[in-house]
Design a protein around this ligand. Structure first.
Ligand code: C2E
Ligand code: MG
Ligand code: MG
Length: 705
């Protein structure tokens, strides 16, 4: 037998290469399943190349460490075949282990495939030496080498799968251990298999001429090292890229948190806003139902805030609100919610209520906190709070009603002279402008037919002929008589009744237009709309339906919208106004001068008329400013091709001044008070108001026809 010798440093190098290759294979296959790592198959191929080439290189470096007393070499075809086998089985085994959820069978198959394949690679590599006579193999050692290879490979594949759950330093540590284990396994295969081989005396290597052992070993070693180097580089680059992705993901998450904050917190006070409040409220209500305990809402409105805002400016107003927000937050328990409901209104949600006395004490403490002295920029500011309290389930059946009732109770507190708190009282009344209105009465008024439209004439510039009328709603209250819109429209708006009332107004005005048409008069009628109606989807079709129902042309109906409502979210208003314009009704901006108009929007809105607010008309005789404002408004309107109406004309002098300013239409008590439709009809029949021929030539035609 020929006696082989081993070069120890090359043996060590072969071990290092095998371990390094295993390490890279582990590292690269981790990325196969990483969600943000790019194409999985690319990483799998990289890992297979690293493991296959590394194990293969290990074999040839091992062979380089081995020498026989005869020259050695390798047949290129078999050498290539052994490399292909090594890479292919690595690919198969790593693929199995990288499945989304590999079972034991997958892992075992992977292990056997890899171990068996690497053994095959080894023996093909040995065959590439083309020894003559053939190498004599010891069956036991051969078996041992294959068993070692399969055990090592199975362990490796199992570890690869197990490492999925690890991360950071722990992952790195186990990766090193696994790589060493596999490196030793591959080396174990090689050196055990070498033990199995004996070379009879006089053997020669027929491949000695093609690839000499020395030169080839160097090439293979170099190639393997550079391949592994490149994959290490790629892997590091990928890790850096991924940490950048991680940073991006993180900032995205932060942006989301910020968005949520903006969506659910009031930007000025950082308190929960209405949206968050309504969420907490519905949670609290369902919890209260489940646990059979009570919750309460305190509706807090700051008295005198509007004056502070108006006289000291918005900046001071904002600071006052912030201060009040922080005072309120400090008063309540952590489980309670203080929310900003809007403007100067706050809502406190008390989670578990012991008794009403406790709530009264809380309310009084809130009142005390709100009225505690406050100085901003040297101005001492004195506020107070009106608070309404409603308890669930005693006072309400659901969260909406709870909120409404707390709100109504707050109104009652305000009406009772402010700086007070009131519990919800089903018999209580709400009020504006000092009079008391029972919400339940108002809710039923429409059904009982208690509303009526009064009509106020609009006159030409000379005040002589009637050019149209404005419909003004009145409530014929069973006990109190006639109630004006100033007393109940705001409440109807606040408690969600305005849409149904508004619908009735539209219909009744159309009915009246029809009635007058039947008498042969084509009287233009203006109705007033609230902001909520303007924001109501389908308003245009509702009006169109009303016109159609009574067979009335759209051109005879004018919609009056206050300046404040059309300028509120002007872009939204623009869309709604376009819709209304499309159906052919006329649009007037009411109370002009009391809101804040954007000229740009005034230009873009499809409007037909400006109605100068009666405040300015009232001041015309006395105030230079009022005259200037009215002149400017009229000029502005005319330059925009709009008709101008002055409302609230009470004196002849006012009429003259307006006439000299070329105001087109006049309306006011000088000419007539608003009156019932029947009365106006009588007046017209008795010719107490003259009508222009355009409104009556229709009559003659109709009569002729
Ligand atoms: P507005 O649209 O500005 O209506 C003019 C108000 O001024 C009417 O009060 C009218 O009676 C009053 N007025 C008319 N001429 C004179 C005058 O010479 N001197 C004085 N001092 N006042 C005069 P009214 O009927 O109390 O209506 C108040 C407001 O209620 C209306 O102001 C309008 O904004 C609103 N409103 C009336 N009817 C309706 C309606 O059907 N729906 C809605 N949403 N609001 C309505
Ligand atoms: Mg009006
Ligand atoms: Mg007005």
């Amino acid at each position: 037998l020929l006696t082989p010798t081993y070069n120890v440093s090359l043996v060590i190098l072969s071990l290092v290469v095998a371990s390094f290759a295993s390490f890279m294979a582990l590292d690269l296959s981790q990325r196969v399943r990483a969600p943000d790592a790019g194409p999985a198959h690319a990483w799998l191929i990289g890992a297979a190349l690293a493991l296959g080439t590394g194990s293969w290189a290990m074999h040839f470096i091992g062979m380089l460490a081995f020498s026989l007393p005869v020259p050695l070499g390798y047949d290129p075809a078999y050498t290539l075949a052994s490399w292909i086998v090594a890479v292919a089985v690595s690919w198969g085994a790593l693929g199995l282990a990288s499945r989304v959820k590999p079972g034991r069978a997958h892992l075992a198959c992977g292990g056997v495939l890899l171990g068996g394949g690497l053994s095959a690679m080894h023996y093909i590599g040995m065959y590439a030496m083309q020894m003559m006579p053939a190498i004599v193999w010891d069956g036991a050692w051969v078996l041992a080498s294959v068993v070692i290879a399969i055990l090592a490979a199975t362990g490796f594949v199992g570890m690869l799968n197990w490492l999925r759950e690890k991360s950071g330093l722990e992952l790195l540590g186990w990766q090193v251990v696994t790589a060493l284990f596999m490196g030793f396994g591959v080396a174990g295969l090689h050196y055990t298999a070498m033990q199995a081989a004996s070379f009879p005396l006089g053997s020669i290597c027929r491949a000695a001429g093609s690839l000499t052992a020395n030169g080839f070993g160097l090439i293979v070693g170099g190639a393997a090292m550079s391949l592994l180097g490149v994959s290490l580089f790629m892997s590091t680059l990928d890790a850096r890229l991924r940490s950048r992705t991680a940073i991006l993901t993180d900032s995205l998450r932060q942006a989301n948190v910020e968005l949520q904050r903006i969506a659910f917190l009031d930007s000025l006070t950082q308190l929960p806003n209405r949206i968050l409040l309504s969420d907490r409220l519905s949670q609290a209500v369902s919890r209260s139902r489940r646990e059979a305990n009570s919750i309460a809402l305190l509706f807090v409105d700051l008295d005198g805030f509007k004056q502070v805002n108006d006289t000291l400016g918005h900046q001071v107003g904002d600071r006052v609100l912030k201060e009040m927000a922080s005072r309120l937050s400090q008063l309540v328990r952590a489980s309670d919610t203080v929310a900003r409901f809007g403007g100067d209104e706050f809502v406190v949600l008390v989670d578990v209520v012991e008794d009403r006395t406790g709530l009264a004490i809380l309310a009084r403490r809130i009142q005390a906190e709100v009225s505690a002295p406050l100085t901003i920029k040297g101005d001492a500011i004195a506020l107070s709070a009106s608070i309404g309290i409603a308890v669930f389930p005693d006072d309400a059946q659901d969260e909406k009603q709870l909120l409404d009732n707390a709100d109504a109770a707050m109104y009652a507190a305000k009406a009772a002279g402010k700086n007070a708190h009131r519990f919800h009282d089903p018999a209580a009344t709400v009020s504006t402008a000092g009079s008391m209105i029972d919400l339940r009465d108002l809710r039923g008024a429409l059904e009982r037919g208690e509303f009526e439209l009064f009509y106020e004439p609009k006159m030409d510039r000379q005040g002589e002929i009637l050019v149209g009328v404005e419909a003004l709603i009145r409530w014929r209250h069973p006990r109190r008589g006639l109630v004006g819109p100033a007393e109940f429209i705001a409440i109807a708006e606040r408690f969600g009744l305005i849409l149904t009332i508004g619908r009735w107004v539209i219909d009744d005005a159309c009915r009246q237009i029809r009635a007058w048409r039947d008498l042969g008069w084509r009287i233009p009628v203006a109705i007033n709309l609230s902001l909520q109606q303007l924001r109501q989807p389908g308003l245009a079709s509702q009006i169109e339906a009303g016109l159609l129902r009574h067979g009335v042309p759209a051109s005879q109906l004018t919609l009056e919208l206050t300046e404040a409502s059309v300028m509120d979210s002007a872009e939204q208003s623009l869309l709604a106004l376009m819709e209304l314009h499309r159906i052919g009704v006329r649009i007037a901006v009411d109370d002009f001068g009391t809101g804040y108009s954007s000229l740009a929007y005034l230009r873009r809105f499809p409007i037909d008329e400006l109605k100068i607010d009666r405040i300015f008309v009232h001041e015309l005789e006395r105030s230079e400013d009022a005259r200037a404002i009215v002149t400017a408004s009229i000029n502005l309107a005319h330059s925009l091709n709009l008709n101008v109406i002055a409302e609230g004309v009470e004196s002849l002098r006012q009429k003259e001044i307006l006439g000299s300013m070329a105001c087109d239409v006049l309306q006011g008590h000088l000419f007539s008070l608003p009156m019932r439709a029947g009365e106006l009809t009588r007046n017209l029949l008795e010719q107490r108001f003259a009508m222009p021929t355009v409104l009556t030539e229709f009559q003659s035609r109709q009569m002729r026809g």
